[in-house]
Write a protein that binds this ligand. Structure first.
Ligand code: PA5
Length: 333
């Protein structure tokens, strides 16, 4: 897993140079990306970037079926690395049943089969077979290129993401010793406390990835929450619940927070987070929006793998997910 994480800068650099050649409808009132887990996260990243650039809504759906409002001028993009995820397959079949515009992104499996049988535009995910969450750079880059083709987000080829990832790798990689490596130091703190990860705007999306990577790689519980919403609920127990002392607060910061949001971070720390086991601020992540997102993800991926090492667990297998998929059996037709 560490090797896969460390490959992110070079993979991103290579894939960002490529152009996507897939026929897509050119009249759209919206896009729904369907995907679960690591694949769904790619949809979250597209939707996050699209928030500030897209003239039409980009929504992520993480469930069976499709919302009723999805109509003939909405593109459904079904994303599944394995191509075998039951919920995603069900949503793609629903799109076909309702005769909705559909595109598919997968490395193979039943979803690729379905796309070929029905003549659905198919974006074939490149690269060797790996775990879905490790394949994020292989999926997010073509998904963003698809988004750029539709005018939802800027062309990712203009991003400095690869450069940013290289610089982070030099600061946080395994050869950088603990004393000067903030990612290793944070993993050390999370060995003794549950991570409570907070972010605003794009960093709220990244907080979800951090939580999921801590769950799957390090096999630990973690929480992710966003500002300002947490100011209206999660803030309340911090000064009064003894559970506060068992949590380490991770604040994911970005360069474009407004003055009001910055003030909320300060006041929330004074009223609530000061009761935690500790607080670590990560960032602010800089650069263009894609560079900031991918940089923050890379950072969290490294923390999760370092924590797995400290806990003596293998980051790769996710036995509970495999067992659950096995117990549920094949996907409904
Ligand atoms: O990281 C994982 O293995 C999971 O979160 C998967 O991404 C999730 O179960 C969905 O599988 P897929 O990405 O193959 O659709």
């Amino acid at each position: 897993m560490l090797g896969r994480v460390l490959a992110q800068p070079s993979i991103t650099e290579r894939l960002l140079r490529q152009a996507l050649q897939v026929p897509l409808p050119n009249f759209l009132h919206g896009v729904v990306v369907v995907g679960m887990g690591g694949s769904g996260m790619c949809g979250d990243l597209l939707a996050t970037l699209a928030d500030s650039t897209s003239p039409v809504p980009v929504v992520v759906h993480k469930d069976y079926g499709l919302p009723k409002w999805v109509g003939r001028t909405t593109l459904v993009v079904a994303v599944s690395y394995s191509g075998e995820t039951e919920e995603t397959l069900d949503a793609a079949r629903e799109a076909l049943r309702r005769d909705l515009p559909l595109a598919v992104m997968t490395r193979g499996g039943a979803l690729a089969q379905l796309a070929m049988e029905h003549g659905v535009p198919l974006v074939q995910v490149q690269g060797p077979k790996m775990l879905p969450r490790a394949a994020l750079p292989f999926m997010v880059t073509p998904l963003l290129q698809l988004g750029a083709t539709l005018g939802l987000v800027p062309d990712p080829r203009g991003s400095t993401a690869a450069l940013h990832l290289r610089s982070l790798a030099a600061q946080l990689g395994p050869s950088v010793p603990f004393e000067s490596n903030p990612a290793k130091q944070l993993a050390g703190k999370l060995l003794h406390a549950t991570a409570a990860i907070y972010g605003h705007g794009p960093m709220a999306t990244v907080a979800q990835r951090w939580r999921a990577q801590l769950n799957e790689n390090a096999k630990v519980f973690a929480r992710d929450l966003c500002l300002p919403e947490m100011n209206h609920n999660d803030l309340v127990p911090w000064p009064v619940d003894k559970g506060a002392a068992g949590q380490h607060v991770v604040l994911l910061r970005h360069q474009h927070e407004s003055e009001r949001v910055k003030l909320r971070f300060v006041v929330t720390e004074e009223l609530g987070w000061c009761h935690a086991a500790g607080i670590t601020q990560v960032g602010p992540f800089e650069g263009d929006p894609l560079a900031a997102l991918l940089g923050a993800i890379f950072y969290g991926d490294l923390v999760s793998v370092y924590l797995a090492g400290l806990r003596g667990v293998d980051p790769s297998p996710v036995e509970a997910i495999a067992a659950l998929k096995g117990r549920l059996g094949g996907s409904p037709q």
